[in-house]
Design a protein around this ligand. Structure first.
Ligand SMILES: Nc1nc2c(ncn2[C@@H]2O[C@H](COP(=O)(O)OP(=O)(O)O)[C@@H](O)[C@H]2O)c(=O)[nH]1
Ligand SMILES: [Mg+2]
Length: 184
């Protein structure tokens, strides 16, 4: 996303942690968001970063996305990495609905090591792999999950086709600005 800067534009730099089980497509989602292309990601070791600017009203949000590798052997490092986040994206794989039930542990860690009211948006990725019938189940499950775990919302998308990709990022940016205003 290209942003024009003016002298009176205020830039707010924040951190967003991207979490969820390995293989759900977190790194690929960020690559697609960055380049608007499907770039098959090599498996993440440790952590990836992406910095992207997003205009929200008068403010330019400069978001550093921390893309954490979901592999179990790295999980003990996660609490330290997720600290200081202003928002979180948690992702599951719509072709493996069981990945949704792995998210509560990630949510618990994110809330424990940040403001417990941190805005969190749920992403169901790989929507290209689903048919109408499985989509119905996914929509229902994601909706229930958002209510049960008090998340800010959910978006279904495909990093492969690009479908639905902008919305979770845009929504989280707005939520971050709103929560910063409340804190002032
Ligand atoms: N069909 C499909 N495959 C995807 C999509 N997003 C990612 N993948 C594939 O899923 C695998 C895991 O992706 P990766 O980004 O490494 O997952 P991560 O471990 O969560 O970072 C890779 O083979 C990706 O090419 C998608 O939207 N659709
Ligand atoms: Mg990865």
């Amino acid at each position: 996303m290209k942003t024009k800067f003016f002298a009176d534009t205020s830039i707010l730099t924040v951190k967003v942690v991207v979490a969820g089980p390995g293989g759900v497509g977190k790194t690929t989602l960020l690559k697609r968001y960055e380049t608007n292309n499907f770039i098959p990601a090599v498996s993440t070791v440790g952590i990836n970063f992406l910095v992207m600017d997003q205009e929200v009203g008068e403010t330019v949000l400069r978001i550093a996305y921390w893309d954490y590798a979901g592999e179990d052997r790295f999980r003990s490092l996660f609490p330290g990495y997720c600290q200081g986040s202003s928002g979180a994206l948690v992702a599951f794989d719509t072709s493996r609905i069981q990945t949704l039930s792995e998210l509560p542990e990630w949510l618990r860690m994110i809330r424990e090591h940040n403001d417990p009211d941190i805005p969190i948006v749920l992403i169901g990725n790989k929507l290209d792999t689903t048919n109408d019938k499985t989509r119905e189940l996914i929509v229902k499950s994601a909706g229930n999950f958002v209510k049960e775990y008090n998340l800010s919302g959910y978006y279904l998308c495909s990093a492969k086709t690009g479908e639905g990709m902008e919305s979770p990022f845009a929504h989280l940016g707005i939520l971050i600005i709103e929560s910063k205003k409340r804190q002032r």
